[in-house]
Design a protein around this ligand. Sequence first.
Ligand code: ATP
Ligand code: MG
Length: 428
Amino acid sequence: MERIFTKEIKNGEVVLKGWVSQIRDLGGLKFFLLRDREGIIQVTAKKDTNPELFDVISGLHREDCVEVKGTVKVSEKAPGGKEIMAKEINVINKAETPLPIETSDKIQSGFDKRFDFRFIDLRNRKVMNVFKIKQVMFSKLREFFEKNGFIEIQTPVIQAAGAEGGATLFPLIYYNKEAFLRQSPQLYKQILMASGMDRVYEIGQVFRAEKFHTRRHLSEYVSIDMEMAWIDSEDDVMKIAEGLVHYALKETKKTCKEELKELGIEMHVPELPFPRLTYDKALDMLSKEGIKIERGEDLEDAQERVLGEIMQRKGKEWYFIYKYPSRIKPFYIMMDGEVSRGMDLDYKGMEIASGGQREHRYDMVVKVMKQKGLDPHKFEFYLSAFRYGMPPHGGFGLGSERLIEQALGLDNVKETVLFPRTPERLVP
Ligand code: ATP
Ligand code: MG
């Protein structure tokens, strides 16, 4: 007989495989909860009808791997209204005792312990649900790109030059040269705008040697990047960004009803279009709350949070900030004098994406590079794409972990990664 998941149980004979999650002894009746990926079910044995199995259950420990053959019985007392009357219980592999961390519904261990034993941590359904929802979210993000004519690309992770500033680069030895892990696919996706691909997206790991410990920084994260050609302004990019997250949230909410319910999360699908705040307007709004920011400075996390609270009072979880001062945006963003065509997308007071219209004119890119203290010779491979017919273009990079963190109301981005990389965590 083929093994089925607990949620597929209907009636008759079944074979289940999973872990022992709780064991109960009521004298003449022994039972345990068997947990598999999709749920739990009670497995019962009676002393008078099945003395042998009765002994097997006595020898079980939590988190042993078992295979159970039995018949389905309707039972009001059992969780889910059904139980399995066991005919055969095979212990496939034993778990050591005591367990290094708890697997019950309440999360009792600290981050470090949990990540050391992530495989056990994931046996907690609440933890597992985060990753089920994440998988659906990724497939919906991809679906949106496919529906909107984007071509999926993969660009090199090993690079010769960084795009986002030297301080957060991870160096590595590439044969006999120094190279770096990419901080973003920025330069490559832009080069491809000169190829006629027109609309591209890439979902892949990027690396930042971030020094700080915050709720939103990882040393390795998955960036959702897109780039599109023939745009008129950064507004074309904002339309795709808002369309993308709107679609992903709407569809994920539909698909993951059960997981969200189990987590007690009400996921909000935002209205389109998202508010577009100029940088000046954002500063004014903060100033009214007593927070003064020097014009020309970037918003810090605490200030982003307050802006998020102001917007949430207006019923808005999502909003763009644009028309940033040119001096705080990277060299590849188009600048109209002091004001740039860069934009950020914020979600409940956290930056989720950065992007905008790019500079596509060769002379201008070189000029701004020099102004920002970069050596154009190191970027020849990138700059040459601007010399043979580069169309106007723009795009963004969106942090997938931050998106999930905020959508599920988690308090740290690490919750959304199976094996997080931080300044302290390299193993496992
Ligand atoms: P921040 O100022 O919040 O550190 P950033 O402006 O340096 O972010 P960008 O270079 O604009 O980041 O990257 C684009 C997006 O990638 C960000 O909006 C964010 O969602 C995500 N991101 C950036 N750095 C990290 C990180 N260290 N860990 C997780 N996600 C990140
Ligand atoms: Mg940014």
